[in-house]
Design a protein around this ligand. Structure first.
Ligand code: NAD
Length: 300
């Protein structure tokens, strides 16, 4: 089979100074894409800033014979997001691919989480992904082509102790991704999300050190690269990926239970088992499909 290449494509990868984003940028550039390496260069909590990490990755790409430019802006501000997109336009004349990857952690048990800790994490992951995609959207629409990958997390999909802020942002990105997929369909824009597990500075004190190599960032990037390739047909999907394993995450609905006429609290109690049944389930592709069983119920 032929190699997947990205010649003629321009990619923005946010938070590409370290970890997963760095690997995405190296891989795409190594396969012919021109890459904007964005990174604010702060610490794991988002404190501080430095142009160094993005610049270092650009130098690495160039040393390998690739093309890239650095951008040190903050994805969480309107000006920053616009500047990231403008960097791509100035350097390479267009944008084809957006990988929203930048992220920070401000973990705290919910009891102790402050509004500032909540807002700060939402701002980078959720608002930042919105702002960068939003700044790129008109260009993608106009050219009738685009590929977007948003970075969700198992913590968002399933919840995780101490991460009320982070999991809210990460599940928010699932809804965001699915809506972009719907709105982008007629413009050739495909949007998907990943829920990765990898050994990075974000997880080095959370994952067992013995698994550092097995959970390398290189075991996640191939999925991202595939999703942003022109041959990818998937859109609106979420995939969990780590250690070389990839699986589709489903937002599914059980068979449900219903009755006509009045509905009482006791009806709910008495049919709790049927309400909670998971099989047979459906995986609605949009709200219209999700309404199907309700419409059938009303009409039956
Ligand atoms: P990382 O800390 O190595 O990389 C995150 C990068 O984002 C850093 O280089 C940081 O400087 C940059 N960044 C932070 N705030 C920024 C901002 N406002 N503007 C621009 N850049 C900014 O962590 P990572 O593990 O590589 O995380 C990458 C993404 O993957 C994050 O969105 C993270 O939430 C997600 N994720 C990672 C894991 C994992 O197991 N590593 C699991 C689930 C989700």
């Amino acid at each position: 089979m032929s190699e997947l290449r990205y010649e003629g494509r321009v990619a923005i990868v946010t938070g590409a100074g370290h970890g997963l984003g760095r690997q995405h940028a190296l891989e795409l550039a190594g396969r012919g894409a021109k890459v904007v390496v964005n990174d604010l260069g702060g610490d794991r909590s988002g404190a501080g800033a430095s142009a160094g990490p993005a610049q270092d990755v650009v130098e690495e790409i160039k040393k390998n014979g690739g093309e890239a430019v650095a951008n040190p802006d903050n994805v969480a501000t309107v000006e920053g997001a616009q500047a990231i997109v403008q960097t791509a336009l100035d350097a390479f004349g267009k944008i084809d691919i957006v990988v929203n990857n930048a992220g920070i952690l401000r973990d705290r048990s919910f009891k102790n989480m402050t509004p500032e800790e909540f807002d700060g994490v939402i701002a980078v992951h959720l608002r930042g992904s919105f702002l960068v995609a939003s700044a790129a959207w008109a260009h993608l629409r106009e050219q009738g082509y685009g590929r977007i990958v948003n970075t969700s997390s198992p913590a968002g999909l399933f919840g995780n102790f101490g991460q009320a802020n982070y999991s809210t942002a990460k599940m928010g990105l699932v809804g965001f991704t699915k809506t972009l997929a719907h709105e982008g369909r007629k413009y050739g824009i495909k949007a998907n999300a990943i829920a990765p597990v990898a050994w990075t500075r974000m997880t080095e004190d959370l994952l067992p050190a013995a698994n550092a190599d097995a959970l390398g960032v290189d075991k996640v990037t191939p999925l991202v690269a595939y999703l942003v390739h022109e041959s990818n047909e998937a859109s609106g999907e979420v995939y969990t990926v780590g250690g070389g394993r990839v699986a589709r995450i489903l937002v599914a609905e059980g068979p449900g239970w219903g009755k006509k006429g009045d509905l009482s609290v006791e009806d709910i109690r008495d049919n709790w088992e049927a309400i909670n049944a998971a099989e047979p389930h459906t995986v609605p592709a949009n709200v219209g499909e999700q309404m199907g069983p309700l419409i059938q119920h009303l009409g039956s």
